[in-house]
Design a protein around this ligand. Structure first.
Ligand code: IMP
Length: 190
């Protein structure tokens, strides 16, 4: 069976393909000829994930899944949350986003935060949601060269290294996206 993963990130695609049952062949947005920007206008992470899968179902008539991720910071009332990618502007610049976040937390002792990934699945006329959360704290400065996005300033709970300092395997094991993907896989394997 072919299942669309509504992404053009080939790393994500390969990573998840290795985990799903072998009878499921994942195909990307490029594979189905979807080159337009899928609207992500919801006020919630769940809403954006759903919006992406509903779009593919409506426009291409295909079963699919999509993920959406945000970083929720307690002292900022959950910001940047659903706006994580564009926190400092439409160019989605990771350094600018981290700089804005660190400035916003200057002098703040409560550094608690969590990453949240929601995966929406459209399969056989039904919609399912899977959520993965990784709790941690925001550092006072950037540390590490690995990962992407906010990884250099996120210290997962129980670790003294940021996500950008941890090996990818470790990040995937304890991380938000890995946890959501595991639930998706369990569901597909049922
Ligand atoms: P997306 O939903 O995967 O596009 O993620 C939204 C934004 O959240 C991205 O632009 C990144 O800035 C950030 N982000 C998503 N996943 C991660 C992660 O695993 N580590 C750090 N930042 C992330």
């Amino acid at each position: 069976m072919k299942l669309v993963f509504a992404t053009n990130n080939l790393n994500k695609l390969r990573e998840v393909q290795a985990l799903v049952p072998p009878q499921i062949e994942l195909v990307s947005l490029t594979d189905i000829g979807c080159t337009e920007d899928i609207p992500e206008t919801s006020a919630t992470i769940e809403g954006n994930a759903k919006q992406k899968t509903q779009y593919i179902k409506e426009h291409y008539g295909l079963d699919c899944f999509a993920d959406d991720t945000g970083l929720e910071v307690n002292a900022l009332n959950g910001a940047p949350g659903v706006y994580s990618a564009r926190y400092a502007g439409d160019d989605k610049n990771a350094d600018a986003n981290m700089h804005k976040l660190l400035e916003g937390l200057k002098g703040t002792e409560n550094r608690k935060a969590q990453f949240k990934t929601v995966i929406s699945l459209e399969l056989n006329g039904k919609q399912e949601l899977f959520t993965g959360i990784c709790e941690g704290t925001i550092t006072h400065e950037k540390r590490g060269e690995g990962g992407f996005g906010y990884d250099p300033i996120f210290l997962p709970k129980g670790y003294s290294e940021t996500f950008a300092e941890l090996p990818l395997l470790e990040k995937n094991k304890i991380g938000h996206r890995g946890k959501a993907v595991q639930q998706l896989i369990q569901f597909l394997n049922r």
